[in-house]
Each structure stands twice: as structure tokens, then as C-alpha cells.
Design a protein around this ligand. Structure first.
Ligand code: SF4
Length: 219
């Protein structure tokens, strides 16, 4: 809930800039954070010594750091915020739907940023693991780049005592994009052929919404 509420505050901030409206201040962003949190209709699981106030204080530090840092002032003209793009970019597969957090026209390039909230800073391995998302997003925005390069980056903010903001650039790599598409094609073919089987991992199973039917599956 914390990540989506921070995300909503950042979305509001950039939407205001896109609309050439007044730049929201910290109080305005905290209002959006709290409204989003309160609108959640699911029970929120708090950890030890955590409650709504704990997360409001963390959001205060995080959004303050955001406003003080370079992230809040991207170079160039903002042309898209939470932009939904859908296109048949992989032959033989359904359309790919992407939600682009921030799209900036830098004149010589189109820059795409995806916001992530994380418990700790990302390392190179984590960036590489997540990169296929941006490679497919690059294919979605390329028609709007007019032949210019597409720059890709994860904008990772940590929900630590002292929040950090780090931009991780991802190369727009044609070979990796082709490989990602081929993987998606194979997966889609397997889905169409009904090849479903559990693929347990410590990272995914603990939060998987299909855990019960998965454990009941007997082959
Ligand atoms: S619990 Fe979910 S993530 Fe784990 S193997 Fe089953 S379907 Fe996959």
C-alpha cells in the first residue's frame, strides 16, 4: 500500500507539471498519499511498530527528499504521465499493454522512466532481472520517438529510514529486445497448448494469489 500511495503522489506531481499547473508542494503530495491510503478497501497488514502514522512520517521524509532532488525536475518536456499504450508488438501474441509512468521529450531523445518502490537499493542484478519490462515498453513508445533514441530508466526509491532515489539506466538493446520477444512467444505458445505446472520460487509463492489452488493441484 505504501508503494502505490507514493506512486499516486508522484503521478499527481507530474500530472500537474504536464498540465503546466502550479508545482505541488509537500503538503499537497502528502494529501494525495493519505487519500490514496485511506481509499484502500483491503485490510492492511502492518509490521511490528508500524501503523498509518508511521507510514505518513516515512512518506513525509520520502516526498521531501523527492522534491529536494533532481528527480522532480526532469530535463525536457513532459509528454506523458501514467500513459497506457497497447500494441501488437510480438508476432503471434496478444497485444502488449504498458503503463508508462513518465515520458519526457528531451529533444534529442524520448526518455521513459518507470518508478519502483523498494525495501533497499537495487543492484545491477536486480536491474537486469527487471529490464525486460522496459525493453517491451521501449517497443511501445518507439513509434512516437520519430526515429530518435529511446532512453530507458528505472527510478528506484527506497522506503528506508533515509529514503534514497536512484536512476538506473537500461540500454535500449535490440538483441535483448528480440530475445525478450522470443521468450514471450514461447510462453504464449505454452499457454495456448495448456502447459500449466507449478513453478515454485521462494520470492513469488509467498505473495501469490493462486497459492491455494496451486497447492491443491495434483497433476
Ligand atoms: S504458488 Fe503461485 S507462484 Fe508459486 S508455483 Fe504456485 S502458481 Fe506459481
Amino acid at each position: 500500500m505504501y508503494g502505490s500511495s507514493i506512486h499516486a503522489a508522484l503521478q499527481h506531481y507530474f500530472e500537474q507539471l504536464l498540465a503546466s499547473a502550479e508545482r505541488p508542494d509537500l503538503d499537497g503530495l502528502l494529501d494525495v498519499f493519505q487519500e490514496t491510503w485511506r481509499a484502500c478497501d483491503k485490510p492492511i497488514q502492518y509490521g511490528k511498530r508500524e501503523d498509518f502514522d508511521f507510514y505518513c512520517r516515512l512518506a513525509d521524509r520520502t516526498l521531501w527528499a523527492f522534491l529536494e532532488g533532481g528527480w522532480a525536475y526532469p530535463e525536457g518536456q513532459i509528454v506523458g504521465v501514467e500513459e497506457e499504450l497497447r500494441a501488437p508488438i510480438i508476432p503471434g501474441c496478444p497485444d502488449i499493454l504498458g503503463r508508462i509512468d513518465l515520458l519526457v521529450d528531451r529533444g534529442d531523445a524520448l526518455e521513459l522512466r518507470d518508478f519502483k518502490t523498494a525495501r533497499s537499493s537495487w543492484n545491477d542484478e536486480h536491474v537486469a532481472e527487471a529490464a525486460p519490462q522496459l525493453w517491451l515498453y521501449a517497443e511501445l513508445v518507439r513509434p512516437f520517438a520519430g526515429g530518435r533514441p529511446v532512453k530507458l530508466a528505472f527510478a528506484v526509491l527506497t522506503k528506508t529510514q533515509s529514503p534514497t532515489f536512484t536512476l538506473h539506466a537500461v540500454a535500449d538493446d535490440a538483441r535483448q529486445i528480440a530475445r525478450t520477444k522470443r521468450i514471450a512467444q514461447r510462453v504464449w505458445r505454452a499457454i495456448e497448448a495448456g502447459h500449466f505446472y507449478p513453478n515454485p520460487t521462494a520470492a513469488n509463492c509467498s505473495t501469490c494469489p493462486y497459492r491455494k489452488p496451486c497447492q491443491a493441484w495434483t497433476g
